[in-house]
Design a protein around this ligand. Sequence first.
Ligand SMILES: [Ca+2]
Ligand SMILES: [Ca+2]
Length: 235
Amino acid sequence: MRLKFLPLGAVMLLALALIIFTGNLIADGYSPGDADGSDAVDIDDVVYLIDYIFTGGPAPITEEAGDANCSGDVDIDDAVYLIAFIFSDGTEPCAYADPSGSVVGHTGCKDFDGRSAPPDQDCMEWIYDGVSVLQIIHVNEGLNCCPVIVADIWVDGDTITIEEIDSLYLGGCYCLCLFDVDYEIVNLEPGEYRVKVIEPYVPLDQEPLEFTVDLREVPVGSYCVYRDFYPWGYW
Ligand SMILES: [Ca+2]
Ligand SMILES: [Ca+2]
């Protein structure tokens, strides 16, 4: 009843504020994983997603709310992700765990019979999946020719460092060789990164294999440095 006695301008202002407030809630009011829009991420969201995916139940309140793992679509992986989060202390919806890297494969000592990069090139080729996984191939990595191929890989802010370790200290041979080595870095957010490679057989006065790339704009690419000293360029 009191409202009746408010000046018309004040009433209109109040109404406008309510519209703006409610509009913002509709536009922005979702949380990743809160598929049913209850303001909580819990088992109900898992049930809701399963109902949507398998039995034609109602869709998540927004695509983003249902996409718990931020993969770009809503599927059973989101339900599995939520179950891990709720029951197994898994990662929060759309949060990135700490990035980490590892060696996932490598060639043997190369003989350059038809390979793309000639032996005087020291190259990094990369593919980013747009979400969290960066695959890097170090083409023509110089190492001991009887290697145990390992590397220390760490991500510090926007810098990715790959320190390749010379296995000679583990008992190698008296020769060097070129290899292609595959690395994988997971939980890496899209963004611009400085990639630094520390190579055991590149002297400090030589150009380092180091470059900057914005993975959002260049998810696939390569960067090479010319080398004319052993073990590069010797063929
Ligand atoms: Ca919910
Ligand atoms: Ca998803």
